[in-house]
Write a protein that binds this ligand. Structure first.
Ligand code: NAP
Length: 274
């Protein structure tokens, strides 16, 4: 049970906000009647209500006194406006604020709210939609151990959750937040390879999907280093070593690592944009 007495408010039910609501409702962690959402327009409210079955409003000040946890899921450049609204509408100092905005620091959140609100910064990713998300959380100055547990319960309902120091958040954003996009690109390219050697597109994609799932499960369940697992597939003078050398010629390792580095740097800059 996540909530003790109040409700969960979700500001911004876009890709991530609605994924989190779906996960929480479908796993039974929070009932629909205990969730309210806020959107920018009446049209969005209607859409959220019909798609997610939770109440949605454009003006949520009446909901605030009864809100135990407030998940803020708007884009980083909309955060300032939302925090101003909360400050102007007497947000209770008992309400736990969880922000998933890339680049927005705990210090920024706490200072913008101007009081002693418990704040937790989180970085989830889109596989939360299918209950396989990866979220990293970091509690702010005033979050109690019980509120950290609440945040764990929320994100564990839609995947896995770990706690890390805030200094790692840009790195986490570049690796885990953006990570699904890299893997989709790699999957698409591998499927193209299958098509190039004669497989129908849907067969190639099915083989790639199960292979990626299988390989990820092997890393998770065996606890072995990916390099050791790769060696098991690589027969001397076989086809796999031939393919791996082609990948190394294309600098696949440094390309992927540098891509993460670039994303992490941009994540840091996102917090500075107004
Ligand atoms: N997508 C990802 O993979 C991912 C992963 C990790 C973290 N994040 C973080 O999650 C946050 C949301 O990303 P997203 O991809 O879910 O974006 P999104 O799909 O654009 O959702 C944002 C939602 O917030 C609504 N919104 C904006 N201002 C609002 C306000 N003042 N009051 C109420 N609702 C408001 C938007 O409505 P309108 O469309 O009407 O403006 C939209 O529905 C971002 O801060 C991002 O850094 C995203």
């Amino acid at each position: 049970m996540v909530l003790t007495s109040g409700k969960l408010g979700v500001i911004g039910a876009g890709v991530m906000g609605s994924a989190l609501i779906r996960g929480l409702v479908e796993t039974g962690v929070i009932g629909r009647d205990k969730i309210w959402t806020a959107a920018r327009t009446e049209a969005s409210c209607k859409q959220i209500e019909s798609q997610l079955g939770v109440t949605a409003t454009t003006d949520y000040k009446r909901e605030l006194p009864d809100t135990e946890v407030l998940l803020i899921c708007v884009k980083p450049n909309s955060m300032g406006k939302v925090l101003e609204y909360l400050k102007a509408n007497n947000l209770s100092e008992d309400t736990l604020i969880i922000s998933i905005a890339a680049g927005k620091t705990i210090a920024f959140l706490e200072q913008s709210l101007g009081g002693k609100n418990p704040v937790i910064r989180a970085m989830p990713n889109t596989p939360c939609i299918v209950g396989e998300g990866m979220t990293v959380i970091c509690p702010g100055t005033y979050a109690s151990p019980r509120q950290v547990e609440e945040a764990f319960a929320i994100f564990n309902a839609v995947g896995k959750c770990i706690e890390l120091e805030e200094t790692h958040f840009d790195a986490v954003t570049g690796l885990g937040g953006s990570g699904p996009a890299y893997l989709y690109l790699i999957m698409e390219a591998l499927a193209d390879g299958g098509v190039r050697v004669g497989l129908p597109r849907e067969v190639a994609l099915k083989i790639v999907t199960q292979t990626v799932l299988g390989a990820a499960t092997m890393v998770e369940k065996t606890g072995q280093h990916p390099a050791a697992l790769r060696d098991d597939v690589t027969t001397p003078a076989g086809c796999t070593i031939g393919a791996l050398l082609i990948m190394e010629d294309g600098k696949i390792r440094s390309v992927l690592a540098r891509a993460v580095e670039e994303a992490a740097q941009i994540a840091g800059e996102l917090g500075e944009r107004k």
